[in-house]
Design a protein around this ligand. Structure first.
Ligand SMILES: Nc1ncnc2c1ncn2[C@@H]1O[C@H](COP(=O)(O)OP(=O)(O)OP(=O)(O)O)[C@@H](O)[C@H]1O
Length: 232
């Protein structure tokens, strides 16, 4: 009589890793915090997201300096939001692919390339739409010399402040504080002349994102981070 051969347990009985414990609680506020963390992580670790942030600010400066129609404003803001959405999704897919494999894999390459292509298509489309809106409003643009000069004089230093905040190079906390306060001051002055409070509010939001990204980058340098958190 043969002794029973020990067999491996069916898949349902295999020991499973401990269940993932929710980090940071549940509820609306926690959901918002998780989403905000995702946005800031993308701004800190994705070079293209930093480019989108500064480009969006320049779009906001044009929109708050030159009077545009409602449809044109909505189109520009929607384009900016779509690019941000695509870049954040691209970043999520990159993380997911890296979680699945750290080796060269043709499917991994195709997934990452397709996600990046989605961002590229939107970015090219936005540049074309932006140019078309400016050409369509050329008479207004041509007669807005003083407004354009003011937007350039105050807006370029503001863009510089945002650029400093999102730069990955290590620097003193004072540089970030000065850049944020300088940016807020310039935005405040620009707000008094704005022709579109929506674009001014958008630029305010972009400054807050840049400031939060600078703060998060400093935190990541000074406090130990969970494995994988610092990867792009
Ligand atoms: N596991 C992999 N197997 C095969 N190719 C890969 C793999 N990981 C990345 N690649 C290739 O390298 C490219 C860059 O991937 P990476 O993960 O470095 O993203 P990234 O530098 O953040 O990309 P981007 O900033 O351009 O969105 C991908 O688009 C893909 O072509």
């Amino acid at each position: 009589m043969s002794s029973p051969v020990p067999s491996s347990p069916p898949p349902s009985e295999k020991p499973r890793p401990p269940a993932y414990a929710s980090q940071g609680g549940a509820g609306m506020l926690a959901s918002f915090r998780h989403a905000w963390n995702g946005l800031i992580h993308t701004a800190v670790h994705q070079r293209n997201m930093r480019v989108h942030l500064v480009s969006a600010l320049l779009v906001g400066l044009v929109g708050s300096g030159i009077p545009l129609g409602l449809a044109e404003k909505v189109t520009l803001i929607f384009c900016v939001l779509l690019i941000f959405f695509a870049e954040i999704l691209n970043s999520a897919l990159e993380h997911l692919v890296d979680l699945a494999t750290r080796h060269f894999d043709e499917k991994a390459r195709l997934t990452k390339d397709a996600a990046a292509a989605g961002v590229l298509v939107l970015a090219i489309g936005t540049v074309v739409i932006f140019a078309a809106i400016l050409v369509h409003n050329w008479e207004t643009v041509a007669s807005s010399g003083p407004q354009i000069a003011r937007q350039v004089a105050l807006g370029l230093p503001l863009a510089l402040c945002v650029m400093v905040l999102v730069l990955p190079q290590p620097r003193s906390a004072w540089v970030d504080r000065l850049a944020f306060l300088g940016g807020a001051l310039l935005l405040g002055v620009l707000a008094t002349y704005t022709v579109s409070s929506v674009f001014t509010a958008m630029n305010g939001g972009l400054l807050v994102i840049a400031g939060s990204a600078a703060r998060q980058r400093r935190l990541e340098r000074t406090t130990p981070q969970p494995a994988g958190a610092l990867e792009g």
